[in-house]
Design a protein around this ligand. Sequence first.
Ligand code: LLP
Length: 510
Amino acid sequence: MSHSAHPAGPSHGYPLPSVEPMAPPDLTVLNRRVWSANVERRAGELTVAGLPVTALAAEHGTPAFVLDTDDLRGRAGAYVEAFEGGDVYYAGKAFLCTAVAALLAEEGLGIDVCTAGELAIALRAGVDPERLALHGNNKSVAELRLALEAGVGRIVLDSQVEIDRLAELAAETGVRPKVLIRVTVGVEAHTHAFIATAHEDQKFGFSLASGQAADAVARVLSHSALRLVGLHSHIGSQIFDTSGFEVAAHRVVGLLAQIRDEHGIELPEIDLGGGQGIAYVEGDDPQPAADVAARLHEIVRRECALAGLAVPRLSVEPGRAIIGPSMLTLYEVGTVKPIELDGGLVRNYVSVDGGMSDNIRTALYDADYTVVLANRLSDAAAQLSRVVGKHCESGDIVVRDCWLPADVAPGDLLAVAATGAYCYAMASNYNRIPRPPVVAVGTARAGGTVSAGSAASAGPTASAGPTASAGPAASAEVIVRRETLEQLMANDVGWNGAAQRLPGAARVVG
Ligand code: LLP
């Protein structure tokens, strides 16, 4: 990489749109694949389950994540139904908070956790520990101990070191955990290199090709303190093509047969991980859960029949496909700056009040998002735009290339679709920005659905009358509060712990 300075071109590193792109004919049309089920425009304004975004923004501020709870419940239910006879573990890394964990558990999902923090949230939400699976390539002794003490249902083993470590802890605590072995099946998932996980040269799992996986099986079986129940494979994330999962299933079943031949046991479970893709933009075409499940069941049944094995219980761990489409992010526009590009093209830089601290995915993976003007309709011409944040670096981009009405102005609200997965979860306090809240909107909440009268909302919350579908009225409820400047400074104790007593702190936080 060259580190020398040179005169800047117009688009450093990123190509300009190669041809003058065609603007979509109608910027007010919502692509149903991208937006959650209960997002629609009413009187020009975007609404979630009937609640106008202006009311949500007025009450909860911006930026804010808005969760369409009925949509979430629907999608979670569809996964459970599609994988009936097996288990659906929601991958908590995509987004985890107490309310969502409780709602998903109620829908019948288990939860995949991979740290003490995620485990603590799931337990706090009242999820049955037996319905939890613990993952991770470097679980600490403390995390493993915590899992054993809590009675976590499955521990997915990732290294030889860990096998021995867990066996020792199991013997010590007298808990005999059910374990799976994570197998690296050697599949190239066609996704971003940072989120592909089953090729050989990466940190996760035991390689099938090199024989490490078979060695791991023998090692686990040599420890009477461990109960080997199955094999696990996760090939990557944001995958549309099921062929990768099919190859993985084929290879995992092959190992099941090898284990039967070498050890005389048939393991009862396989978990094919997560990774099912979702639609972020127009061209994305994800498969419904039922289709994914049908293909996976079919291949596992076929491979087992060929190998003369009983069909094992089949589990999956979708994260993005459960929560991703159910959330949007609401931002307020602060500034609009037209930038002239080569060839006379102009791009509006539309700055919003969040950015890479609430959505790092664009900067990190070059992710694409769909954005719309949310608080009103505009009949202005479509203008090539880039939605950027308020952080102090030029890579702070929320939506790289999009079309917005040319009259987008300070004070307008923008909504970015499908931000449920890996946005809040990967949020930071970069530039000391407090994390946004998560506001759940809908009729569904954990503990049963609420009716119009009993809508359990916190405070004087916006609510909508019965919608066209004539269900109960929707309400909005903060399920994760916005961080405060006070919280941001809570751990910053200063010299001799004196920082909190300094007058400046009080001046800022009021
Ligand atoms: N199971 C295991 C073992 C995993 O490592 C993951 C994701 C999942 C399940 C869930 O995958 P999903 O269904 O959500 O694709 N930060 C990246 C994604 C990293 C995924 C890590 N592991 C992103 O923003 O795209």
